[in-house]
Design a protein around this ligand. Structure first.
Ligand SMILES: *Cc1c(COP(=O)(O)O)cnc(C)c1O
Length: 346
């Protein structure tokens, strides 16, 4: 079997042998009855980490976000969100279908919005308009190249929301990465949102699983909708145990992913035709422009694949690389060598 160097996403990680061992030994029960001790332990632990009263385990980050939107809104409400965000672009139109909301999209800088922009987008109290109800933020921002939401901006947006009677949901699929990079606690980020979703199946390396956290009343609503959306699972401690293992062993090591991403960015910048600023690489995602190479992104991706390296092309001009648990610093050097070959036309 060839060993691929897979830089397409941090979702491609496979559970390590010790993680699998933890899974095989997990204590389980029927979680729809609330009787899976491993799931209960994971939920309590994540709620505490995020500074929230309660958390609920769900199959995916998409379900976590969609449940939060559903639980916070009524059909016809408006949700303010950044135009390149995950819930708006990559969740199959779920906001419209499952919650009947409409998104009000604002253009951010690498995914980051200012409170003043949001303030202008809040609808006046007039029967012509939809009701603005919720603001969604994303930290780190996926399409924004792993950009970290500055915590003071989050605080400002939260205070704005409270002054207008609005709610804030944080898509924290990679909040772990933000916290490790800034040394700002998860609960410190968590205090500036009414609800937070986090993924265990990205850089943390668990095979499946996300959580949504918030107040006890909010989580009770989420719980009802999780059942409705078909997300109630049974002896799911088998998976939750992988999450608990990842929380113990795979958070601190995210800084290696960040170093690897930085190294990739610095190396790529030296190559002809590549446009990127390594200082924008704050966590484990590198997005760069290849217009000047004269080759479309998908062609570069195909050429890289012939050398055993998998990358993700966004349209014609952009490429995204993501570092993770299964990528070593040697893999980074290897990938850079192959990029040099491919860009020089060899
Ligand atoms: C991956 C991701 C999600 C969704 O997670 P899935 O488990 O793939 O559904 C949500 N938000 C962001 C920012 C993500 O990167």
């Amino acid at each position: 079997m060839i060993k691929w160097i897979d830089l397409r996403s941090d979702t491609v990680t496979r559970p390590t042998p010790v993680m699998r061992k933890a899974m095989s030994e997990a204590e389980v029960g029927d979680d729809v009855f609330g009787e899976d001790p491993t799931v209960n332990a994971l939920q309590e632990r994540v709620a505490k980490m995020l500074g929230k009263e309660a958390a609920l385990f769900v199959p995916s980050g998409t379900m976590a976000n969609q449940l939060a939107i559903k639980s916070h809104t009524q059909p016809g409400d408006e949700v303010i969100i950044e135009a390149t965000s995950h819930p708006y672009n990559f969740e199959g139109g779920g906001g419209a279908v499952l919650s009947g909301i409409q998104f009000h999209c604002l253009k951010g800088l690498r995914g980051i919005l200012d409170a003043s922009q949001i303030e202008e987008a809040i609808r006046p109290d007039d029967h012509h308009f939809p009701v603005t109800r919720l603001i969604c933020l994303e930290n780190t921002h996926n399409r924004g190249g792993g950009a970290i939401y500055p915590i003071d901006k989050m605080a400002e947006i939260y205070w704005l929301a409270k002054s207008k009677g609005l709610l804030v949901h944080l898509d924290g699929a990679r909040l772990w990465n933000a916290s490790v990079a800034t040394r700002i606690g998860l609960h410190e980020y968590g205090q500036w949102a009414d609800s937070v979703s986090v993924c265990l199946s990205k850089g943390l390396g668990a095979p499946i699983g996300s959580l949504v956290a918030g107040s006890r009343i909010f989580i009770d609503r989420v719980h009802r909708f999780r059942k409705m959306f078909g997300g109630g699972m049974r002896q799911v401690g088998i998976i939750a145990s992988a999450g608990l293992y990842a929380l113990d062993h795979h958070i601190e090591r995210l800084k290696e992913d960040h170093q690897n991403a930085k190294r990739l960015a610095v190396g790529l910048k030296e190559l002809k035709g590549v446009s990127l600023d390594p200082k924008h690489v704050e966590t484990n995602i590198v997005i760069f422009d290849v217009t000047e190479t004269g080759k479309p992104g998908f062609q570069i991706a195909e050429a890289m694949k012939r050398h055993g390296i998998l990358i993700h092309a966004f349209g014609k001009t952009q490429i995204r690389l993501v570092t993770h648990l299964d990528i070593s610093s040697e893999d980074i050097e290897m990938a850079l060598n192959v990029f040099a070959k491919v860009f020089s036309g060899k």
